[in-house]
Design a protein around this ligand. Structure first.
Ligand code: ZN
Ligand code: ZN
Length: 438
C-alpha cells in the first residue's frame, strides 16, 4: 500500500512537470508567432485607439474586427445585439470556448499626449463630447485578434470550436444582454467555457486572477430634482433644485459611512450634476448621475434604498416635488469566476509567468456586464486582469511616488509592448488549457 501511495505521488509529480513543460512549450510557440505578427497587432491597437466609438455606435470598430477575423478564416456574423460581432472557428470535436472583447470607448477627453491619442468627438446624451479608449478596450481588441490568430495558426495543437465575441456597450452596460437577447447562445455554438480579460494599473507582464467574486455589482443612479425656476435675486419665489442637489451629493455619503457595516465593501459616487444655464437664474430642475458598487446582495439592497430615501428626503426638506428616481436602470451583477476553472488555469499561468501570475486576495471594485454571460449559464468562466505599466513606475507609485493613472483617467495609457504580448500569451494558454488535445 505504502509503495503504491509513493508511486501515486511520483506519477502525480511527473504529470505536473509534464503539464508545466507543455505550457512552456505552448508559450514558446505563441512567442514565436508573436515575433512575426506583433507589428500588425501594434498597428491595429493604435488604429483602434485613435478611432474610438461610443456604446452601440461602434460601427467602424466592428467592421475592422470583422475584416481581421474573416482574414483568419473565422465565420463572422455582424450586428448581433446592435454592433456586436460573433466569429466562429470550428476545428473538430471538442469544447466550445468563448473569448470576449468589448468594443466601446468612453465619453471623455484623452490627455496622454501620445502620438496616437484620440481627437475624436461624438454626440452623447444630446451633447457633443470627446471620445477616448481610456479603459483599455482597444488593447483588449488587439489581444483578441492576436489570440484568434495564434489559435488559428496553432490549429494542429487543439480540437474544439472557438466563439470570439466583440461586445458593444460595456461601459454603458447593456451590450452583453443585447447580444444574449439577439440569440448569442442559441444562434451560435453554445460555449462550454468563457474567458475575458481586462487591463489595469499593475505592472506589465503580470496576470491577476482569483476564484469566486472578481468584481462588483453595479447600479447606476439618475435622479431629477425638480424645483421652481426664477430670478437668482428672488429665491423666496422659487424652489432651488441646485441647493437640493448639492445637499444630496453631500448627505448621500452618510449612507456609506453611517448605514453600511464598515466591514462590508460599498461605494456611492455622484459623477455628474447637470442643471442651470446662468449664474442669476434658478433652474427648474437638476439631474444628478452616479453609480453604486458592492459585492453582496444585502449591501446592494441597503445602498439602493438609502440613496433613494436621502433623495426624497432632500426634496421634502426643501418643499420641492418628489424627485424622479431611477436606480439600476443600467446594472450588472458581480463577475464570478468558477473556482474549478480557476484552479485549472492558475497552474498554467504559474508555469508560464512564474511570480508574475498573481492570485489577488480581494476583488476589484470595477464592474462589468460580462457577468450577464455567466448568469445566462456560462458558469465555467474565468475573467482575469493584466497589468499595463513599467514595473519601476508601479514600484515608485507604491513607495509614495507619482500615482498611476487608473482606468477611466484621461492619462490612462497602457504600454503596448509588452502589455498586448502578455495578453495574447495568457489568453491563448487559457484557451489551450481547456481545449481537446490531439
Ligand atoms: Zn471602463
Ligand atoms: Zn473596461
Amino acid at each position: 500500500m505504502r509503495y503504491i501511495a509513493i508511486m501515486g505521488i511520483v506519477s502525480l509529480l511527473s504529470s505536473g512537470t509534464a503539464h508545466a513543460q507543455t505550457v512552456v512549450g505552448e508559450k514558446a510557440a505563441v512567442d514565436r508567432f508573436l515575433d512575426q505578427t506583433y507589428p500588425a497587432l501594434d498597428a491595429l491597437y493604435k488604429d483602434i485607439h485613435s478611432h474610438p466609438e461610443l456604446a452601440f455606435a461602434e460601427s467602424r470598430t466592428a467592421a475592422r474586427l470583422t475584416e481581421e477575423m474573416r482574414a483568419l478564416g473565422f465565420e463572422v456574423t455582424e450586428h448581433v445585439g446592435g454592433t456586436g460581432v460573433v466569429a466562429v472557428l470550428r476545428n473538430g470535436p471538442g469544447p466550445t470556448v468563448m473569448v470576449r472583447t468589448e468594443l466601446d470607448a468612453l465619453p471623455m477627453r484623452e490627455m496622454t499626449g501620445l502620438p496616437y491619442a484620440s481627437q475624436v468627438q461624438a454626440d452623447w446624451n444630446g451633447r457633443q463630447t470627446y471620445v477616448a479608449h481610456s479603459c483599455g478596450h482597444d488593447a483588449h481588441m488587439a489581444i483578441w485578434v492576436g489570440v484568434a490568430h495564434a489559435l488559428a495558426t496553432l490549429k494542429s495543437g487543439w480540437h474544439g470550436t472557438l466563439v470570439f465575441i466583440g461586445q458593444p456597450a460595456e461601459e454603458a452596460i447593456g451590450g452583453a444582454s443585447a447580444m444574449l437577447k439577439d440569440g448569442l447562445f442559441t444562434r451560435f455554438p453554445r460555449p462550454d467555457f468563457g474567458f475575458a480579460l481586462h487591463t489595469g494599473p499593475a505592472a506589465y507582464g503580470e496576470v491577476h486572477y482569483r476564484p469566486g467574486v472578481m468584481d462588483a455589482n453595479v447600479d447606476d443612479i439618475v435622479i431629477t430634482f425638480k424645483g421652481r425656476g426664477g430670478h437668482g435675486a428672488m429665491p423666496q419665489a422659487t424652489v432651488d433644485p441646485v441647493l437640493i442637489a448639492a445637499r444630496f451629493v453631500v448627505d448621500v455619503q452618510a449612507v456609506i459611512s453611517r448605514e453600511k457595516d464598515p466591514q462590508d465593501a460599498g461605494v456611492v459616487t455622484i459623477g455628474a450634476i447637470q442643471g442651470g444655464s446662468a449664474g442669476n437664474i434658478i433652474p427648474d430642475q437638476v439631474v444628478v448621475r452616479g453609480t453604486i458598487r458592492d459585492f453582496d446582495t444585502g449591501v446592494r439592497a441597503k445602498l439602493k434604498a438609502g440613496v433613494e430615501r436621502v433623495a426624497r428626503a432632500e426634496a421634502a426638506m426643501a418643499g420641492a416635488p418628489d424627485p424622479d428616481i431611477a436606480i439600476g436602470g443600467q446594472s450588472a451583477d458581480a463577475v464570478i469566476n468558477d473556482p474549478a476553472l480557476t484552479a485549472r488555469i492558475a497552474p498554467i499561468f504559474k508555469a508560464a509567468f512564474g511570480d508574475k501570475a498573481v492570485q489577488d486576495p480581494r476583488p476589484i471594485v470595477a464592474s462589468e456586464d460580462y457577468s450577464q454571460f455567466v448568469n445566462a449559464g456560462l458558469t465555467q468562466s474565468l475573467y482575469f486582469q493584466i497589468g499595463v505599466y513599467d514595473p519601476a513606475r508601479v514600484a515608485a507609485a507604491a513607495a509614495g511616488g507619482p500615482p498611476l493613472p487608473v482606468n477611466h483617467s484621461p492619462l490612462y495609457a497602457p504600454v503596448p509592448e509588452p502589455t498586448i504580448r502578455t495578453g495574447v500569451e495568457a489568453m491563448t494558454l487559457a484557451v489551450l488549457g481547456v481545449m481537446g488535445k490531439p
